[in-house]
Design a protein around this ligand. Structure first.
Ligand SMILES: [Zn+2]
Ligand SMILES: [Zn+2]
Length: 363
């Protein structure tokens, strides 16, 4: 059964050439494979739209189709001297058709950049956040025309089409009209709301998902949340640069986190339970006896998740030995007496240090 090209484009049989062209551009953009990656339905629809436009967009073929309900051959995409190869569609058909008055008028919206500082914990656990992005939108009052209601007239040169056509091979190629700068109309009275700009400044609320484990200075890209595209071209993208604030306790290296833990010299000597910070809260940790200053302990899986694999990094405790101050004379005496009980070789670092000194300076 022959396809109904009018139905495919969603237009009626009296549609003008201009209607067909505009509808085609709109649909082709909507179903463009670039905008619908890995979506077979959209791809099929995109092919149908192109097929329909090749017939209805051409006066002779449209007349033939209108009379006979089909075109020579069975109307299949590949049977009309067109390749169904997508590269060909992009490389030739798509580019050529769109370059005609589309890309020349249409301009992709600007990308926007937004800087966001989040806390160390927010980066560790991920979060949903709503940000407010100042951007330009089409003016509601004039719908982007820039003219006050009734304040515009149809351009005499292009008769409102915004473009002037000339033939190039199979396609009618068009150029933007110089008289109206491609608008299709002449503004006689500017819109009050946007002062003729066609755009207004708004503050758009955008929800963003920050993945757990995000690194400092990462960029998140949110498609189509940049500034509005011109002439039906796609909107720009929003880039969010994430800065992660420093933490009072933790330092970060990739997915591992480090913290310095002071312990008293007695616990360092004989071992004992201490409190340590983790991302999830305070936990207990057993310091083994004979722990030395600067020694580190690794606690597996208490770091940050890897963005790709989700695998957790580790937490490293770097031990700092705390020496008491303001001791009473009684406390000092107890310590001194205790120290005298300890044999020199029990201080292994000190012992080897003394021996080195002796060797170095012996006569
Ligand atoms: Zn306006
Ligand atoms: Zn014009």
């Amino acid at each position: 059964m022959a396809k109904d090209y009018y139905e495919i484009l969603g237009i009626n049989r009296n549609a003008t050439n201009e209607d067909i062209k505009i509808t085609y551009k709109k649909l082709a953009f909507e179903y463009h494979p670039d905008r619908n990656p890995d979506d077979q339905d959209s791809l099929n629809k995109f092919k149908d739209i192109n097929e329909a436009y090749q017939i209805l967009g051409d006066d002779n073929k449209r007349a033939q189709y209108d009379s006979f309900g089909s075109i020579s051959g069975d109307g299949n995409f590949g049977d009309m001297g067109f390749s169904s190869n997508l590269n060909d569609i992009f490389g030739n058909l798509f580019e050529e058709v769109f370059n005609s008055g589309f890309s020349s008028n249409g301009q992709k919206g600007r990308d926007l950049k937004y800087e966001l500082t989040i806390s160390f914990e927010e980066a560790a656990f991920g979060m949903e956040k709503e940000i407010v992005v100042p951007k330009r939108e089409l003016c509601d009052t004039c719908e982007g025309k820039g003219a006050a209601p009734g304040g515009d007239s149809v351009c005499g040169v292009c008769k409102g089409r915004g473009s002037v056509n000339y033939a190039k091979g199979f396609f009618a190629i068009s150029q933007p009209c110089g008289q109206c700068r491609g608008r299709g109309y002449i503004i006689e009275k500017y819109c009050n709301e946007c002062e003729g700009d066609g755009f207004i400044r708004i503050k758009k609320k955008v929800k963003i998902n920050i993945p757990a484990g995000i690194a400092d200075s990462s960029r998140l890209r949110i498609r189509d949340e940049g500034e509005i595209g011109m002439g039906g071209a796609p909107d720009g993208d929003l880039f969010i640069v994430i800065f992660v604030a420093d933490h009072k306790i933790f330092k970060r290296d990739n997915n591992n986190i480090y913290c310095e833990v002071p312990i008293d010299f007695i616990t360092a000597t004989i071992g004992g339970e201490i409190k340590i910070p983790t991302l999830g809260g305070i936990e207990k940790f057993n310091i083994p006896e004979e722990t030395q200053p600067g020694q580190s302990f690794r606690i597996k899986g208490k770091g940050l998740p890897d963005l790709q694999t989700g695998r957790l990094g580790d937490l490293y405790l770097i031990i700092n030995i705390d020496i008491p101050n303001n001791l009473s004379s009684k406390q000092k005496k107890v310590l001194k007496d205790t120290l005298e009980d300890i044999k020199p070789q029990q201080f292994s670092n000190l012992d080897s240090y003394n021996k080195t000194l002796e060797n170095q300076y012996k006569k």
